[in-house]
Design a binder for this molecule. Structure first.
Ligand SMILES: [Zn+2]
Length: 234
């Protein structure tokens, strides 16, 4: 006769064997319990792996960023204002083998920086697929700005206040073409429109929040990505 304890033991054994089988046969980017690997392709669990990394010691991310191939970034000096803006631990990001930032570097909290590295690689792949030219430069209007959400005088701080958000305005290719969010999101060139939407789609697989011109008119000319506590892909 079946006893509850026997049934539970059998269930646990089957579950354990299934987890071991998954662990051995499924690529790690699809398994939420595996550590994020910035060199791996994007997977079903990339976002949850980022979340886990964000909740662990900042050394984990800083070591990862330091050891990541072709990622051009260094530790940033701490910066704090009286109102609470700024950061304790962040990185100065210059770009990577898949594109440099214009105009110049940006301070980013570490998970945002690693996310930027992975996104640049995806954007580069999309640029080659759609235009036959690699990504050269990513145009942006910065990360850090001590301000509240939606430009209000009170209320919640923007993730920009902690260098945890990044506003990107366009992508310049090696052949000189510039794909601009403002001009090309609703422009006549179908390939450019498709490229920008696929670029947003990849961002949504990495960052906690991705906002495009589809979100509201305040974003008509840029993508906003951040690693804050919210979750959005618009
Ligand atoms: Zn923004």
């Amino acid at each position: 006769m079946w006893k509850p304890t026997l049934f539970i033991a059998l269930f646990v054994a089957i579950l354990s064997l299934s987890v071991v089988a998954l662990d051995r046969n499924i690529p790690p980017q699809h398994l939420p319990w595996k550590q994020l690997n910035p060199e791996a392709p994007l997977g079903l669990s990339t976002k949850s792996q980022f979340l886990r990394m964000s909740l662990s010691s900042s050394d984990v991310c800083m070591d990862m960023a330091r050891d990541t191939k072709e990622f051009n970034s260094i530790p940033a000096d701490p910066q704090k204002t009286n109102s609470g803006c700024g950061w304790d631990i962040a990185r100065v990001v210059y770009g990577s083998g898949n594109g440099t930032l214009k105009p110049g570097e940006a301070n980013m909290q570490c998970p945002l920086a690693v996310g930027a590295y992975m996104w640049l690689r995806e954007v580069d792949t999309l640029a080659q697929k759609h235009f036959g030219s690699a990504l050269e430069t990513i145009h942006h209007v910065g990360t850090y700005s001590c301000r509240r959400q939606n430009g209000n005088n009170s209320g919640q701080w923007s993730e920009h206040a902690f260098a945890n958000a990044w506003d990107v305005t366009g992508f310049e290719l090696k052949d000189g073409r510039l794909i601009s969010v403002k001009r090309d999101w609703t422009g006549e060139d179908k390939t450019r429109r498709k490229f920008l939407r696929e670029t947003r789609h990849k961002a949504c697989k990495i960052f906690r929040v991705t906002l495009s011109p589809d979100y509201n008119s305040a974003h008509h000319d840029h993508f906003h990505v951040d690693m804050g506590p919210s979750s959005a892909c618009r």
